[in-house]
Design a protein around this ligand. Sequence first.
Ligand code: XMP
Length: 528
Amino acid sequence: MESGTGQFVAVLDFGAQYGQLIARRVRDLHVYSELVPCDITASELAALAPAAIILSGGPASVYADDAPHVDPAIFDLGLPVLGFCYGHQIMAVTLGGEVAHAEKGEYGPAELARMGSSELLASTPGEQTVWMSHRDSVSHAPDGFTITAHTETCPVAAMECAARRLYSTQFHPEVRHTAHGRRMLENFLFGICRLEPSWTMEGIIEEKVAQIRERVGEDRVILGLSGGVDSSVVAALVHRAIGNQLTCVFVNHGFLRKGEPEMVEEVFRDQFKMPLVHVHAEERYLQLLAGVTEPEEKRRRIGTEFWKVFFEEAQRLDGVRFMAQGTIYPDIIESGARKSGGKASTIKSHHNLIPFPEGVHFDLIEPLDHFFKDEVRELGIALGLPAKMVYRQPFPGPGLAIRIIGEVTTEKLEMLRDADAVIREELDAYNEDLFAKTGDRNSEHSCWQYFAVLPDIKSVGVMGDERTYARPVILRAVESADAMTADWARLPYDVLARISGRIVGEVAGINRVVYDITPKPPATIEWE
Ligand code: XMP
């Protein structure tokens, strides 16, 4: 396993919807944690030398034919075990307790009442709100266990056998809605397991650097840099490990926002002093998109061309054995690689998506593939990347090309880039103001993503005494947490007025600004 500190919590994944969330919460408390498949045997698990075990939730019913089981010998390893939801039930049935089918499930907040004392629940209130999501529930705790909490519909909401350091809860301490869930995890890790909170950003960097060095040896590594957060962080990390054995190839397709290509040069060439190949493919991409108006066709052409340009450059370099990639954990989920029953950390079918040309192959290095976006950002800051690069808002790979409705031309790109820069400047300032007032970066009305879209129409206006016939620009500004759903930002009128005034005043060719007031769904955030 990965932890250099020797302290590692194994989360047995029974197919919980957000299995990684548990590992994530443990890492938030600075203890290294990772998922392992639930069908791991006790001896395989012992070989990984975990300091503690957590059994995740899962969608199955413990008595279903295809229900995942746990090797009973795992409970005899002498290690502390904590089970949640399905993990609670599987611990109960494996050790001789009983689980009953309930007529009525329990989903959402529930009032938990504690019974007796419990080191797991120590320093949490006698009555508290927890998050439940289950149908079956434990009806009899195994011999030697005491029941430490119940809810109205759940007689065994928490149980433990303190002498063997086995604990479990029907509710989910890992979700934020369980008010004192963090405390319970702290109790388990630091009280019961006596672990040290030593998994810090510095620790992570040290360990990843050592792993990369060992794997790469004297070989060379290539990396496609997009200017986005993930590839930038991987570049900084791999460079920290192997210095100039890494070459970054920045394919500039010409659809980045104002100042972005310059920032890539500034950060990687000037600050980090990395070997950087800046491929000016702007003309090539414009020709590729000439006459193309269909959104999916634009995306397809841009995506395929990236790999062509990248591999052309890669083949020019001698002796490259590895290719580093900024794959992060949600990419693995999104690529549909994750299967119920665990193994999220071992299946990576998205690798097959890289269109290696005939006769070309690189071994992949993906040091971020177990991390969530905000961990990646933290890592980026710790590695010395500038905040404006690391906290960059989401930006589609095909860039401005899919924010120009219709054919992409140089003239339209310039207009869009300038209008977009005004919007970013104004709304960055608006977000900063909100932050100054609320002290909260994610305050309710801060804008999450904001940009300009250029539609393929013209309208009549008047400027000075002159009639104009020019383009409108669409302002898109949304509030969202994860891009799955979004609402249009309720921006103050004076902010809207300033944006509109500046764009028509400063950007030649634009005579009108309109605001997109559609949530997602039914609209998407992007226009194409
Ligand atoms: P939609 O438009 O589907 O976008 O509501 C959801 C989020 O995803 C971003 N987006 C992309 N990100 N490559 C990316 O890396 C893409 O091709 C892409 N298309 C959309 C979009 O900006 C929004 O944040």
